[in-house]
Design a protein around this ligand. Sequence first.
Ligand code: BTN
Length: 272
Amino acid sequence: MPPSVVAQMLRAGLYTAIIGRSVRYYQSTASTMDDAAQWARDGADEGAVVVAETQTASRGRLGRRWISDSGNLYFSVLFRPDANALPLLSPLAGVAVARAVRQAAGLYPTIKWPNDIMIDGRKVAGILAESSMSGSRIEHAIVGVGVNIALDTSADPEIAATAASLNQLANADVDRAELLRRILQHLDALYLDLRRGRSPIPEWRRWLDTLGQRVTVTHHGSAETSLAEDIDEHGNLLLRTNAGQLLTLTAGDITLRAASGEPVPYARKPLP
Ligand code: BTN
C-alpha cells in the first residue's frame, strides 16, 4: 500500500509551531469538519489537523455539497482563536492556500470574495470556516479546505464550467503531500503573525480579484447590482450601490455574480 498523503508530508518535514502538532488521517470519513469538531470537544490542542482521502458527507459554504472523491485534498484545522482573530481565519486560510498553490503547482490563483480560490474563472479550492460558541465565549473554530487536484470535471458540464483541477491546469501531476505541507506551513506562519497583531487582510486584498467589478448580490431572493469597492479590516465587502450608498456585506448568505449574470471574470494579475 502506498504511504498516505500525511505520511509523505511528515517525511518531508512540517517544521511548524502550532499547526499540525497532531494529525489524524482517515481513508474515508463523513466530514473532516465533524471529526475536527469532535476532537476539539475531546480536548485537542489548537493546530490539530484532520485529513481524509475521501468524505461521504462533506459540505461547502451555504449548505452546498463538496465532491470528495479520492486524489484530491480534504482537511480541517482546529483553532482556538480570540474574538479578534476569529473573523480573520477564513481570509488567512485563503492566503495560505493561494500561496501554496502558486508554489506547489506553479499556477497563479486569485481569490473570489469571500474565499474561493480561482484560476482562469474556475474554482480550484474552497474554504469553510465554522465556529462553536458558548454564550459569547469562542469554544473553537474549524477551518476546512478542499482542493481539486485530480477531480475529473468532464463528466458533468455544470461542474466543468465552474470548477477545475490543478493537474488539469498545470498539465502535470501536482504533488498532494507537498501542497498540503505548504498550506499547513503558511497557515502556521500567518496564524503566528495574527497572534502578534499582524492581520492577513492586506495580503488577502492583493489576491482578491473581486474589487472594481460590478457585481450582483442575491440576498434572500432579491438581487441588486453594485460596485465592489473595497473590503474592510474584517474582510467584509464594501459595495457602492447605484444610488451611491455604501453597503457592508459579511460573507454570510449571498451569491456574487457579474452584472451580466456570468460568474465574475478573473483575469490573471501580477503576483502579490
Ligand atoms: C466551499 O464551499 O467553497 C468550501 C468547501 C470546503 C470543503 C472542505 S473539504 C474538507 C472539509 N470537510 C468538509 O466537509 N468541508 C471542508
